[in-house]
Structures are given as C-alpha cells and as structure tokens.
Ligand binder design. Structure first.
Ligand SMILES: *[C@@H]1O[C@H](CO)[C@@H](O)[C@H](O)[C@H]1NC(C)=O
Length: 328
C-alpha cells in the first residue's frame, strides 16, 4: 500500500532531477557567452557582429542580457550619410554607458554592418539602414523594440530614452567636447605666424636649436600621453556620478581613460621634463653660482614632486603595483 504510493513519487523526483545536467550545461554556456560579451565590451563600446556572432550571441538561447543593435551600412560605396551620423550618436550613447559607473552586463550595444552580415539583414527581412533594434533579455520582441527612427531621430539622448524605456537602464549621455583639436591647431598657427611676422626681416630663428628642441618635446609629450587612444576610442572628458554629483577625472582601471586624464598626464610629464632641463642648465650654464643653485633645487623639486604624483596615479589605476615614491 505504502510502496505503491512512494514509487510514483520517487519516479517524479527522478524525473525532476534529470534535467539538472542540461541545466548545468545551459548555465556554463550562458556564463561563457556573458564572459565573451564582457570581453568584447571592454575592447570597444559597440560590439561588431557578423552573421555567426549574431546567431550565437543574440538569436540563440540562453541569454540573460539585452542587446541593442544598430543595423547599418558604413562602407563608403554604400554612400549612406545618415548611417555615419547615426553611428556617431550611437557611439556617444554606447560610450556614455560603457564608461559610466553603473555599467553592468545587463545591456550590450552592438552593430551589424550590411557588408559583414547581409545574411542577418535577410533573416530579419530588413531593407533599410540605419535601423535600431532591441533584443530583450526575456520574452519576445515587441513592436516598440523597433526604434522609430523617422519619428524620433537618432540623437543619442532620444536613443537613451528609448533604451531606458525598453530595459530599465538609464544612461546619462555625455558628449565629448570636440573643440580641443581645432583650438590647439589655431593656437599653434597663431604662435608660428606671430613669430614669423616679428622676425620677418631675420628668419634665422628657423635654424635655432631651441625652437626645434621645444617642438620635438611638444610632439613627444602629446604622443606619449594617450591622445591617440582618445582619438580612436572617443572616451568622455570626465565622468560625473549622477547620484553623488562627484566628478572623476581619472578612470579607476587600467582598461580605460578619460580625456582629462591624458591632459593631467601630459602636464605632469611636462613638469618632469622641465625639471630635467633645469638640472641640465644648472650643470652646464655659465651663470653665477647662486643662480645655478636655485635652478638645481627647483629642478630636483619638480622632478621629485611630479614623478611621485605620476606614480601615485599609476598605482590608482593599476591595482597591485608595488612601487611608490613620496606619495602613496
Ligand atoms: C547572466 O548570467 C550569468 C551567468 O550565470 C551571470 O554571471 C550574469 O550576472 C547574469 N546577468 C544578469 C544581468 O543577471
């Protein structure tokens, strides 16, 4: 009597136990996928997908993350000017998310270019670019997961509103300032033009060693402070925490940087170089001994102060770096 009651119960339990293996497999597959997406996201704020990657990481289950995808055609021969503008705005949005302190593996930004994944365009029977689609973490795609580009435009702020509506992730759009380059160029041209004008009767300064040394130094400082990285990745100038209102100029990890950070590093490198130049002057110039002593002390001070400051910034970014000097 009892056993006839227990047996089916046992059967039931064993039945419920069986999928656990499949469950485990699914779990490892999921964490593999999330890990891969995070790795891509750490390299670029917009993950590039081709047909294979789209099927594996977006279409195929399991998936517990949302993906916002821009379908576009950026190859020059496609002559899609709108794609280019939309791409810029999408980059601003994705960077604002990627470098925000709220960044998680809940939402990823990706793009599919027609020339790398035309099969995806076919699969979704899509025939215009740019198009923005949201692939929700759970459930089916709804009509609102297709962004109404014609109605709302492609400004990063509008896209952010749509993403917030679809995913509950609120992104504060931070636009990088883009007047630094032209301003610097204008300043340089003005200095050169001014010099040439002042010395229009005597252009010997062109053969001046110091002028060339100074130009070379400027070039080296600009190139070694990470301006190229900024140019390619387009990070924000600094980050303001929307909750506390605190602004951080140094990104807390060695994986990324803010534009402000490169300016700070440039300044510090410049100060260390200045200290070195002063020390050289103190050793070799034919000024009187009192002045040379002052130069020497100033040079040592500059080098020590800014070198230790640089080291402390490096330590803050590269956790576990063992060496410090004066400042911790
Ligand atoms: C999705 O699942 C993976 C693996 O279990 C986990 O590491 C990750 O935090 C999950 N993501 C979200 C948004 O819950």
């Amino acid at each position: 009597m009892f056993s006839s009651f227990v047996f089916p119960l046992l059967l039931l339990f064993s039945f419920y136990d069986m999928p656990s293996d499949a469950q485990k497999k699914k779990e490892t597959l999921l964490s593999e996928k999330v890990g891969q997406m995070m790795e891509w996201a750490s390299k670029r704020s917009i993950i590039k997908l081709n047909g294979d990657k789209f099927r594996r990481f977006v279409k195929a289950p399991p998936r517990n993350y949302s993906v916002v995808i821009m379908f576009t055609a950026l190859q020059p021969q496609r002559q899609c000017g709108v794609c280019r503008q939309a791409d810029e705005e999408f980059h601003i949005l994705a960077n604002s998310w990627r470098y925000s302190s709220a960044f998680t593996n809940k939402v990823f930004f990706a793009s599919v270019d027609f020339d790398e994944g035309s099969d995806v365009f076919q699969m979704l029977s899509m025939n215009s670019a740019p198009t923005f689609l949201h692939f929700p973490a759970k459930g089916k795609q709804r009509k609102t997961d297709n962004y109404e580009l014609q109605v709302r435009g492609f400004a990063a702020e509008q896209l952010a509103r749509w993403v917030a509506d679809r995913t509950d992730v609120h992104i504060r759009v931070i636009r990088p300032p883009n007047y630094a380059g032209p301003l610097l160029l204008g300043f340089l041209l003005a200095v050169i033009g001014g010099l040439a004008y002042l010395r229009r009767h005597n252009l010997e300064f062109l053969f001046n060693k110091n002028v060339w040394a100074f130009s070379a130094l400027c070039f080296v400082l600009i190139m070694t402070s990470g301006q190229m990285w900024n140019h390619i990745r387009g990070p924000p100038y600094a980050h303001k925490n929307p909750n506390t209102g605190q602004v951080s100029y140094i990104h807390g990890s060695s994986q990324a940087q803010f534009v402000a950070e490169t300016h700070i590093v440039l300044l510090f490198n410049g100060a260390v170089t200045m200290g070195m130049v002063l020390l050289c002057e103190a050793a070799t110039s034919d000024m009187d001994i009192g002045k040379r002593k002052i130069l020497c002390v100033a040079g040592i001070g500059l080098v020590m102060l800014f070198f230790s400051w640089l080291l402390s910034i490096f330590r803050a970014k590269y956790h576990g770096y063992p060496y410090s000097f004066l400042m911790s």
